[in-house]
Design a protein around this ligand. Structure first.
Ligand code: G6P
Length: 466
């Protein structure tokens, strides 16, 4: 089989480049090994690119990476517009932040059609296409319109919310209907998959039998494939990273003080405001913890041209400065707040240095930072994960300290509990999480999806034959 993986954002193979966002970083090692062709945006735009898709192609492990310049006239409406100002807020249950015009929607559809045209050049008789994430909901249908009969699968990295929330997306019916051109649609959690099926029956009134939807496109299977990480590799990397200069400098600067760490894209779904407020509350309620523990919060700038992101950046900068002003001392800064990205290598060492990992999104498809924090720990003296119950990762990492990110007092108490947790309990919780991570690796996720896609397509072809 000749696999073509498609995502808006792609990652190159350099180990020390800063990583922005879970999807591309997670896919890189498995796509590299699989020999697949990975197609995505180059991050550049080009006038008149609609006619002649231009791809820069380079080797990537056993396969190739093809980066396309997207059409200049439609890029903004597609990326900042419909994908990130209509779909992203809705998928994360923030319908109040939906801002998208009809023009944005048309640009989104144009870019999906453009990508379909570009993919045809990678099509062979034994090709299977695997489309990633909300940027390309309609890509499968565009490919089918161009005569592609091979397997086409789709995986959603974000949550899929309740049907009434999806109804906040302009043209939701048309889009979900287009998704049914896929043979297989994968979700991170059972809830996401059930919400999707619920939409299918309530809004599209289609028949569903054991996760298989029948529509004018034929049949589509919806199923759950929780994404994982290569925990063993990450653990080795973290142990090695302890001697990295950035990590050594952090350790020296702590002077025996404990450290909590948060690493997120600067995004409203990540619950950063509530998290900072919880630390503020903790230092107010437990003055003994001032000077004893600080928070290293890395908030990597993201989608900065969108107003909601700009507003959040200003709100956080002000909040962090208030909290530091209130609790700080001449020789102690409570929150070390950094607006930049770090490489996977450095991050793994930072995770291992911190006694508490704080991952408290309001909504998150999976959240791989939670998994990486666990994998990075020293088995002899592991740190504690404080995890939002609204992250997909909470389904597997159920021996983390699970919190409600809307309950600021509760989070403050839980972070204090994490800081005082005895070694035996830390180890017990950590070992249970590590076992889950080893069982649900990224390799397993990749292989399970690709196998299921081939099987679903083969069954479908067999039943649809006259
Ligand atoms: C999330 C999305 C990805 C996206 C990443 C970074 O993880 O699921 O599709 O690539 O955020 O966002 P960006 O807009 O910078 O690609």
């Amino acid at each position: 089989m000749n696999l073509v993986v498609v995502s808006n954002r792609v990652a190159r193979g350099a180990a020390n480049e800063p990583m922005t966002g879970g999807l591309a970083a997670a896919l890189l090692p498995v796509v590299e090994k699989s020999g697949a062709i990975w197609v995505g945006s180059s991050g550049r735009v080009r006038d008149g690119a609609q006619k002649e898709p231009f791809a820069e192609i380079e080797a990537l492990g056993a396969g190739a990476l093809a980066m396309l310049d997207l059409p200049a006239a439609h890029y903004g409406g597609y990326y900042e517009g419909f994908a990130n100002s209509a779909l992203w807020p809705a998928l994360h249950s923030r319908t109040d932040l939906i801002r998208a015009s009809q023009e944005d929607y048309l640009s989104y559809r144009e870019v999906n059609a453009f990508m379909a045209r570009a993919l045809l050049r990678f099509q062979k008789p034994d090709t299977a296409f695997w489309i990633q994430d909300y940027h390309f909901l309609a890509l499968g249908s565009e490919l089918r319109d161009r005569g592609v009969t091979q397997p086409i699968g789709f995986f959603l990295h974000t949550p899929w919310p309740a049907h009434s929330t999806i109804e906040g997306v302009p043209h939701h019916r048309e889009l979900v209907e287009a998704m049914l051109a896929y043979d297989l649609i994968g979700f991170q959690t059972r809830d996401d998959c059930e919400n999707f099926l619920d939409y299918i029956s309530s809004d599209l009134a289609l028949e569903i039998d054991d996760g298989v939807i029948t529509s004018r496109h034929g049949t589509t299977r919806a199923a759950v494939f929780p994404i994982g990480i290569d925990a063993e590799k990450f653990a080795l990397q973290a142990a090695k990273a302890m001697s990295h200069p950035d990590v050594s400098r952090l350790r020296r600067s702590l002077n025996g003080e404990k450290l909590a760490i948060g690493v997120d894209r600067l995004d409203y779904s990540k619950g950063l405001v509530n998290r900072i407020k919880a630390f503020d509350q903790m230092w107010s309620l437990h003055p003994a913890l001032a000077r004893t523990v600080s928070l290293l919060q890395i908030a990597t700038p993201s989608r900065g041209a969108i107003e909601a992101y700009g507003n959040l950046q200003s709100e956080l900068a002000k909040l962090v400065s208030d909290v530091n002003g209130r609790h700080g001392e001449v020789d102690w800064t409570p929150i070390r707040y950094l607006n930049k990205g770090f490489s996977q290598t450095v991050l793994s060492g930072l995770y291992r240095t911190a006694q508490v990992g704080v991952v408290t999104p309001l909504h998150d498809g999976m959240n791989l930072v939670a998994k990486e924090y666990v994998a990075a720990q020293n088995p002899a003296d592991p740190g504690v994960l404080v995890l939002s119950k609204f992250a997909g990762a909470a389904n597997e990492l159920d021996t983390a300290l699970l919190v409600n990110p809307h309950d600021i007092d509760g989070m403050a108490r839980t972070i204090a509990t994490a800081l005082y947790m005895p070694l035996t309990e830390r180890r017990m919780r950590w070992e249970a999480m590590m076992a889950k991570l080893s069982a649900g690796s990224i390799q397993r996720w990749f292989a399970d999806f690709v196998d299921a896609l081939q099987e679903t397509h083969a069954d479908k072809t067999a039943t649809e034959m006259p």
